[in-house]
Ligand binder design. Structure first.
Ligand code: MN
Length: 268
């Protein structure tokens, strides 16, 4: 098959050769899943997501002399993870909105990385606005349709410290997008989804925005997806990465931990 960019079979052969030579590098976008990895904390009146658990079944011992394995218990929204449209009430009646029903053709997609790490360091409640996105596009070009938009805040460096969730009496304080920015990305850029380094796609104080939790509400209501707790966004170029983000195929699942990977030009 050809697509105007050359023969697709040749393209895959060249990709394989470049992966072997380092001409294309793979960046791991994933944090290690541990019982200590922070999970989102909701107000006390709501059900809470449980941390990751791992119970050893056997480890080359009397329980299984030749093999090692564990039973894991994991929230759909623990660690580096994927949010499907059905995660939010705005997406609940959409077709193919759960992780088992997603079109695999959408699980590999280009990504752009919007670096607002300096702004997020200066303001823990930094909100990405449409003006910020347009300023990024003026420098880097328009966001291609069906792309992941990844917000770099360097928040992943806070994993393992209280600063990551940054919980205070009035809730969490961490950066995220405002409603206009998300609406612009969905309606005028037709993005596949939005990804963050923080524990949710919304800002820590996103419950006070209109609509509350605008990234969840607008993205999922439009059948778009979310990625959270991403790592190593500082190793991605502003554009040109190809992201593999495939959730587990959980029947009727609202999300799933995943091993997120990005293909980038070598030496970048
Ligand atoms: Mn989630």
């Amino acid at each position: 098959m050809t697509d105007g960019l050359g023969n697709a079979g040749d393209l895959l052969a060249r990709l394989a050769a470049n992966l072997a030579s380092g001409g294309v590098e793979i960046v791991d976008l994933t944090h290690t899943l541990t019982p200590e990895f922070p999970v989102i904390v909701l107000p006390a009146e709501f059900g809470q997501c449980q941390p990751f658990r791992m119970e050893e079944v056997s480890r080359y011992d009397a329980r299984g002399p030749g093999w090692y394995w564990n039973t894991i218990t994991v929230s759909e929204h623990a660690g580096t993870h994927f949010d499907a449209p059905a995660h939010w009430i705005s997406g609940r009646n959409l077709p193919n909105a759960t992780v088992d029903a997603l079109d695999p053709q959408t699980l590999v997609a280009p990504a752009v990385v919007l670096d607002f790490s300096a702004e997020s360091a200066a303001d823990e409640d930094f909100l990405l606005t449409r003006a910020h996105v347009e300023a990024w596009e003026a420098e880097h070009g328009a966001i291609p349709p069906r792309s992941w938009v990844l917000l770099r805040t360097d928040w992943s460096r806070h994993v393992g410290t209280p600063r990551y969730l940054n919980l205070r009496e009035d809730g969490a304080h961490s950066p995220g997008p405002d409603a206009d920015a998300v609406r612009f990305l969905v309606e005028e850029r037709n993005i596949l989804g939005f990804g963050t380094e923080t524990v949710g796609t919304d800002a820590g104080q996103g419950g006070h925005l209109d609509p509350p939790y605008p990234a969840h509400f607008i993205l999922h209501g439009a059948g778009r997806c979310g990625l959270q707790c991403l790592a190593n966004l500082d190793r991605l170029p502003p554009r040109g990465a190809l992201v593999f983000a495939a959730p587990l195929k959980i029947r009727h699942g609202s999300g799933s931990p995943l091993r997120g990977l990005a293909l980038v030009p070598g030496g970048s």
